[in-house]
Design a protein around this ligand. Structure first.
Ligand code: HOZ
Length: 428
């Protein structure tokens, strides 16, 4: 099926915007074909410029938890806009949002709002380095923590999608203190701590990895990281930009029962508007300027539209059994996909946590980047296009996760699984 308006927009976009997109994965580079330009989105659906409507499992890469254009969020943002879109001065809503997060995530006694997940992880790392007086950092192969230089070593998401060995423009010195080990490999973390005694400031981890497809922590992994950080006086940073307030009301740390020293958030807490946040214990956060000497600032930080949306999301997830509902819907999808794979004789694994789920074309669940990379990404591309034709919009890369919102119902699940069965049965 042709998409002339999207096609023309892409051609025009490419003349003025690198690749025609403002974030690389959106260009459909690894799945082929051309991106769909989205005109509008409501509930569980997005509609492209050619008028085709899709069930959406991208959900703005996890930023949308309550469905697109949720009327109460739209109203909260509209009301905030009528009062002014940016003041560059503190507002009541910023205090309320910090209080709202602290109430739900006790490890975040204090919180600093920024504009993106990248800013949140970058700032948390700066704080960890200052607080420990150490420079080195351990990160995991395939985890993506935004595009700050020090964190762009062996990153997942777009870096993995494009198969970039490293990122041009990042000098060796910027990643010289970044130690990369395999996800779920506690022994490698221990070895790194022993190799650099007293030098490792922090271990940064996605507690549920969602930038190499979906890779769950094996039992004991996060607890082991906690213990190693304690033993070696390093800080544990949870990057909850994707999983925060998506897998449970207390973040992934609440659901998984492991408490980090610092946490980074984004996406859900902005209700679809640009936001990020990092937080932790008072004695750590008070090292951030103006209380302490760790400088970090931003003109639009704590933006009134983003905080209005974020506060409304926190209110909405406080009503009723939101996460039980998300768990049920995403479990149905994951189990249904596994079943569809079996019926079609296609190796397929899938798993789910609240509003986060994922599937991958391989016969065993991946536990690290090597496993995620070994999946059949060509098959992912073929399935992705078959599903697009069926009216289902997944991420245009097998290195991303899938999302559901509170607007996804059994009807969307049924439709998706029927489409998946047809698409898989057509595959060899
Ligand atoms: N690669 C990011 C998601 N893991 C952002 C993708 C986008 O916004 O295009």
């Amino acid at each position: 099926m042709d998409h002339p308006r999207s096609r023309r927009l892409m051609e025009r976009g490419r003349l003025r915007i690198p690749g025609g997109v403002n974030s690389p994965v959106r260009a459909f580079g690894s799945v082929g074909g051309h991106a769909r330009f989205i005109r509008e989105a409501h509930g569980a659906h997005v509609t492209d410029e050619d008028g085709r409507r899709y069930i959406d499992y991208v959900a703005s890469w996890g930023a949308i938890l309550c469905g697109h254009a949720h009327p109460e969020i739209v109203e909260a943002v509209s009301a905030a806009a009528r009062r002014g879109t940016s003041f560059g001065a503190p507002t009541a809503a910023e205090v309320e949002l910090a209080e709202g997060v602290a109430e739900r995530v006790p490890a975040c006694e204090m919180l600093r709002l920024v504009n993106s997940g990248t800013e949140a992880t970058m700032s948390a790392l700066r704080l960890a380095r200052a607080a420990t007086g150490r420079a080195r950092l351990i990160k995991f192969d395939g985890c993506y923590h935004g595009h700050a230089d020090a964190l762009l070593a062996s990153a997942g998401s777009g870096v993995a999608t494009l198969g970039l060995p490293g990122t041009q423009g990042v000098p060796a010195g910027a990643v010289g203190d970044t130690i990369v080990v395999a996800y779920n490999d506690l022994a490698a973390v221990e070895t790194a701590f022993e190799r650099y005694p007293g030098e490792i400031a922090a271990v940064i981890v996605e507690p549920i990895a969602a930038n190499m497809g979906l890779v769950a922590p094996v039992e004991g992994f996060l607890e082991g990281l906690r213990a190693l950080c304690d033993r070696h006086s390093g800080l544990l940073i949870f990057d909850e930009v994707i999983c925060g307030f998506r897998v449970g009301p207390g973040g992934a740390q609440g659901r998984l029962g492991v408490t980090p020293d610092l946490s980074a958030f984004g996406k859900v807490i902005g209700g679809g508007l640009p936001i990020g946040a990092y937080g932790g214990r008072r004695e750590l956060m008070e090292q951030v300027a103006p209380c302490g000497g760790v400088y970090q600032a931003g003109t639009l930080s704590g933006n009134p539209l983003a905080t209005a949306a974020g506060l409304k999301v926190l209110e909405l997830i406080g009503r009723g059994e939101v996460f039980a509902g998300l768990d049920r819907i995403s479990r149905r999808l994951a189990e249904g996909m596994i079943e569809a794979g079996k019926r079609a004789g296609v190796p397929l694994v899938a798993q789910s946590f609240g509003g986060l789920w994922g599937y991958s074309f391989r016969s065993e669940t991946a536990r690290d980047y090597a496993g995620a990379a070994a999946a059949d990404h060509e098959r992912y591309a073929a399935f992705f296009h078959a599903m697009l034709e069926e009216g289902v919009y997944f991420a245009p890369s097998g290195y991303e996760a899938a999302f559901v919102t509170t607007a996804h119902t059994d009807a969307e699940v049924d439709q998706t699984l029927e489409a998946a069965r047809r698409a898989l049965e057509r595959m060899d």
